[in-house]
Design a protein. Structure first.
Length: 210
């Protein structure tokens, strides 16, 4: 995939799938580390072998193999014209991004039950839902061994479902370093869109400690 010598430069671009994988858990992994590095950048990074080696801490061949894996899984693209990088404070950006993440109401909370931002909830509802999200995090942590080692479920997200099994209210757990966030989505989620990447980039730049 050595395209970096082309006349038109290409840039690393994390996809929505890549942003989700990067925050799925905190297991140390070279691919996740690369995605977090790319999402934490506040400028576009050109696709150059020297920069890829610096990002991964690997030799040329090993770093390229890792990037090939990321591209094959659909976690990274190498466009000539990448999406703009989100600029601004999280307080100003959340009102723009959150409404685009689901058909219904949306709320972002931390694992202590603090509401960082929301769309469509009343003030008291938002506070109560954020508190419920923190309870779900605590419950999942208490039963993580059962769910993971014994039952084989790796995920940490939860949902209220209707009679046919469709999510009415989903609680998506996002890991940014040691910090956990809950993205609460009513109705159909839209995590396969650029606003989700932008949200993750903003959270990672603010909360991830290297």
């Amino acid at each position: 995939m050595n395209q970096e010598q082309n006349d038109t430069p290409r840039y690393f671009q994390v996809t929505p799938s890549g942003a989700y994988y990067a925050t799925l858990n905190t297991e140390p992994e070279a691919l996740r580390a690369l995605l977090l590095q790319l999402l934490s950048a506040d400028t576009h990074i050109p696709y150059l072998s020297s920069l890829l080696q610096k990002l991964t801490g690997m030799g040329e061949a090993e770093a390229q193999t890792l990037l090939d894996k990321a591209v094959q899984h659909g976690f990274v693209d190498l466009p000539q014209n990448p999406e703009p990088i989100a600029a601004g404070t999280i307080e100003h950006l959340l009102p723009e991004y959150l409404p685009q993440l689901a058909d219904g109401r949306v709320l972002l909370a931390d694992d202590q039950g603090f509401c960082l931002g929301q769309s469509g909830f009343g003030a008291e509802e938002a506070e109560a839902v954020a508190g419920m999200a923190a309870d779900l995090v605590s419950m999942h942590e208490r039963h993580q061994a059962l769910l993971g080692r014994h039952l084989g479920f790796d995920g940490s997200s939860w949902a209220l479902v209707d009679a046919v099994g469709q999510s009415e209210l989903g609680f998506w757990t996002l890991h940014v370093g040691e910090q956990k966030f809950l993205l609460i989505l009513e109705g159909m989620p839209h995590l396969n869109r650029q606003p989700f990447v932008d949200l993750m980039s903003v959270l990672i730049r603010r909360y991830l400690d290297y």
